[in-house]
Write a protein that binds this ligand. Sequence first.
Ligand SMILES: NC(=O)c1ccc[n+]([C@@H]2O[C@H](COP(=O)([O-])OP(=O)(O)OC[C@H]3O[C@@H](n4cnc5c(N)ncnc54)[C@H](O)[C@@H]3O)[C@@H](O)[C@H]2O)c1
Length: 198
Amino acid sequence: MQISVIGTGYVGLVTGACLANTGQDVVCVDKDAELVERLGGGEVHIYESQLDELVEENLEDGRLEFTTDTQAAVAESDVVFIAVGTPTGADGAADLSAVEAVAAEIGDSIDGYTIVVCKSTVPVGTTRGVGEIIEGRTDEPFDVASNPEFLKEGAAVQDFQSPERVVIGSDSASVQQTLADIYRPFFQRSERFDSSPR
Ligand SMILES: NC(=O)c1ccc[n+]([C@@H]2O[C@H](COP(=O)([O-])OP(=O)(O)OC[C@H]3O[C@@H](n4cnc5c(N)ncnc54)[C@H](O)[C@@H]3O)[C@@H](O)[C@H]2O)c1
């Protein structure tokens, strides 16, 4: 399975590196060309225990790549995670402009059935809005899903690899299954895995 993660900040980089480490092929996309160049050389811009090693090993093994080319990454992906920032404004509302811009780019780039997963922290209803933006720009088949991230800076890799829970929201049973399969390695030594719909 080919996965892309759009937005290679805290959440996107940890997600990409940890998923690559389970054997998935992952392309991490960011619009910051300097950041992409540094990461492609194995230089990690944030300090998180184990993250340097995860990036270096998975780069070396060819499972992890970094690019600014959203179009190519989306076109070749089966699953696309959106992990761009959603800063809170003075009024307390999340700024969704980066998520909406990425949704438009995905709509322009999608090529064949793709699952688009919103990992950014967003208000309820945003993932449906992402779907509407994509639908307005493509005739290609796709599904959307919500998969909010709960990692804490400082323990991000550990939180991602030993999650207390993974929340997956989708109307489609097969999307739920695909995403549960992606996360299954993190629950393999645990009794806590429960993929039943709620
Ligand atoms: N940092 C945390 O501890 C944490 C924890 C849980 C959830 N979250 C949520 O996850 C989301 C991402 O947070 P973060 O801290 O990783 O953000 P961040 O600001 O560290 O990284 C966001 C990245 O997205 C890139 N980006 C923006 N627009 C883009 C575009 N159009 N195409 C490609 N790249 C683009 C930026 O260049 C940046 O590198 C937010 O919604 C945040 O609230 C963060």
